[in-house]
Ligand binder design. Sequence first.
Ligand code: APR
Length: 252
Amino acid sequence: MDHQLIQRAAEDILNSKKTIAFTGAGISVESGIPDFRGAQGLWQKYDPEEYAHIHAFYSNPDRVWLMLKDMFSLIMTAKPNPAHMGLAELERMGYLSSVITQNVDGLHQAAGSRNVIEFHGTHRTLSCLKCSTTIDGTSLKMEDLPPRCSRCSSLLKPDIVFFGESIPWEAQVLSFKESKSCSVVLSIGTSAVVYPAASIPMTAKERGAIVIEINMEPTPLTDQISDYLISGSAGEIIPAIVDQVKRSSKPR
Ligand code: APR
């Protein structure tokens, strides 16, 4: 872990009028949830075209629910890791305005973050495709899949955004409002290859924000958009940045 870059990130946050975090699956890997495109990623096991596209859900829901069952059983037992906790602490200290997450695991909220924008929806609820009844996803029984609506017995779909679906309107509006008005973006654990999410750090950069990447490896943002990449695991780097902010900060 590059301690000079940790120090630089803490100074950038302390001098920032408004800091936001933009997170991807990498921030939850240390909570036991695999990412998508890494060596053990979900897309190594399931072809996203066949399991994560909305057309796949409509044409073969039983097969898609096999992947969802895999994903949800990990999510339901996962706990926030020090990276999630560190972002929640930064918010409590007044140094983080919001977390815009691509993740559907709810771990930022579980860690105590209050201003969380879920760009790709949430696993916590499912909606009926026909009568739009919404049920609580956290109590879903894994044995009775695919779940059906108790009112009209149509298929229930998790309120996560599948490929081919649009981003929830409110999440889009709030996210781009944040990215256009911030002075620092922490881009954490995302390969930044999926749009429109990946345009969030780019939009901030266009308006003069500092983009700090925290990732195990370089991404398409690294050379073009990011001011610097702190290489390593989010679970180590975020707490180190928070500790450095505490050491150098005066109460806000
Ligand atoms: N700490 C920091 N970064 C990590 C860690 C870690 N412990 N583990 C993995 N990473 C990095 C990987 O190197 C990779 O760059 O996190 C990134 C995860 O990238 P993806 O698996 O592509 O996940 P994400 O960027 O969130 O994907 C975006 O694609 O499949 C869709 O809807 C899905 O929201 C998802 C979107």
